[in-house]
Structures are given as C-alpha cells and as structure tokens.
Ligand binder design. Structure first.
Ligand SMILES: N[C@@H](CCC(=O)N[C@@H](CS)C(=O)NCC(=O)O)C(=O)O
Length: 218
C-alpha cells in the first residue's frame, strides 16, 4: 500500500499527520503544494480545498484527525485509549487543539495591538482550561504518547518559536502545560515533522501579513 501525504510546509494540521507517520514508522511519499495557490489537481481531490489530504489505495482521506485515526488503526498498538469513554474524551481534546491552532493563527496574524490583546486574552482562557486537564506526566494521558499529544505538538512548536523572538509568556505562565509542551518538543518525531527551513518560512509568513507581530520579527 502506498501512502502520499499532500502538505503545505507550515501547516500545523499537516504536521500532526507527519508526527503520526513518523511515530508509527510508516513509509510514505510527501508532495508539497502552495495552499495559497493550489494546483488544479489538488482542488479536484480535496473536498474542503484544505491540507492535509492522504492518498491511499485510490482513496483520498481528508481532515487531520481522521487521517491520524486511520494511520493509527492500520499500525497497532493504538495511540488512542481502549476505553470508549476515554477515547471520546481524547477526541474532544483533539478538537479543542484545532480551536487553539486557529486562535494562535488569529493571534500572530492580528492586524494591530488592540486586536492582538483581545486575541491574547482569548487564547489565555483556552489555555487555562487546557492546563486544568493536565493531571499526568509526561504526556497528556500518562506515560504513553497519544493522538492528543500529536494534536498539540504543532501548536506548542509555534509558541516556542515566536516566544524566542517576542517573549509574552503565553505558555510559560501555565506550569503544567509548559512542562508538557517541552516534553513534546524533545521528541524526535516532532523535530523531524517540519522541513529544515520551517522557522524561516513561518516567521516569513507572519512578517508578510504586516500585522502587529511584524515589528518584532526584524
Ligand atoms: N480541520 C482541518 C483544517 C485544515 C486546514 O485548515 N488547513 C489549512 C492549511 S494549515 C488549509 O488548507 N487552508 C486552506 C483553506 O482554508 O482554503 C484539518 O484538521 O485537517
């Protein structure tokens, strides 16, 4: 079976699938597109016009959470809890990660300072609620890396990168969350889930937006 992941180099949702593929040791091909100027073939195969999509056995899978569950199911042992209630809870927190990813995008792409502040407060309240969920170490649900961990790693990587340039203590003020994010950042699969020029590309995209953050990016 041949797998092909369609990617955009700075997309956090694609990165989730990359981490799962790497964690599971699945072999795959990767095709990069520019999501701002997608090729016609991509628009034809991607139902929402979004990445990631995964081509497999003549089918096209879309939505990162769905792709990750598929990858997980074809390569046991599972990175989901067995217990249906725990599994449902995990799915909820994966969805929560998606909201945070969009909130992070809104924050770093804020047009001006008042909007940045508003978005910072919004993300702060989302993170506070998430922090209260962290009752285990080193990962979300204890000693095993789960699909919840995979869903949050791209978010934490972007916070860490921008914090280096513009310290705003967004994650650091939540002690458990910070410890969890550092743990995830130390994983090989997470480090290898982005292209070598990721930092440059991500910062470049924020700079290009010419919003509030641009002034800190040099
Ligand atoms: N819910 C989707 C979100 C994917 C997503 O928003 N991808 C962005 C790139 S990071 C995209 O393709 N955007 C293109 C568009 O919205 O037209 C998932 O989890 O896969």
């Amino acid at each position: 079976m041949k797998l092909e992941l369609i990617s955009f180099k700075i997309c956090p949702f694609v990165q989730r699938s990359m981490i799962t593929l790497l964690e599971k040791g699945i072999s795959f091909d990767i095709t990069y597109i520019d999501i701002n100027d997608p090729p016609a073939w991509f628009s034809e195969i991607s139902p929402f016009g979004k990445v990631p999509v995964l081509r497999t056995n003549g089918s096209v899978l879309f939505e990162s959470a769905v792709i990750n569950e598929y990858l997980d199911e074809i390569t046991p042992p599972s990175m989901h809890p067995q217990d249906p209630l725990q599994k449902a809870l995990h799915r909820g927190w994966i969805e929560y990660a998606s909201s945070l990813i969009f909130a992070q995008h809104d924050l770093y792409w804020s047009k001006d300072e008042p909007l940045y502040e508003k978005n910072r407060q919004h993300i702060g309240s989302l993170l506070k609620r998430l922090d209260a969920q962290i009752t285990h170490t080193p990962y979300f649900n204890g000693t095993n890396l789960s699909l919840v961990d995979v869903a949050y790693a791209p978010l934490f990587m972007r916070f860490k990168l921008i914090e280096k340039i513009h310290p705003a203590n967004i994650i650091q003020q939540h002690t458990r969350l910070y410890a969890w994010s550092e743990e995830l950042m130390s994983l090989d699969s997470v480090q290898k889930s982005v292209v070598p020029e990721f930092e440059e590309l991500y910062i470049g995209a924020i700079r290009k937006a010419e919003g509030y953050m641009s002034q800190f990016l040099g």
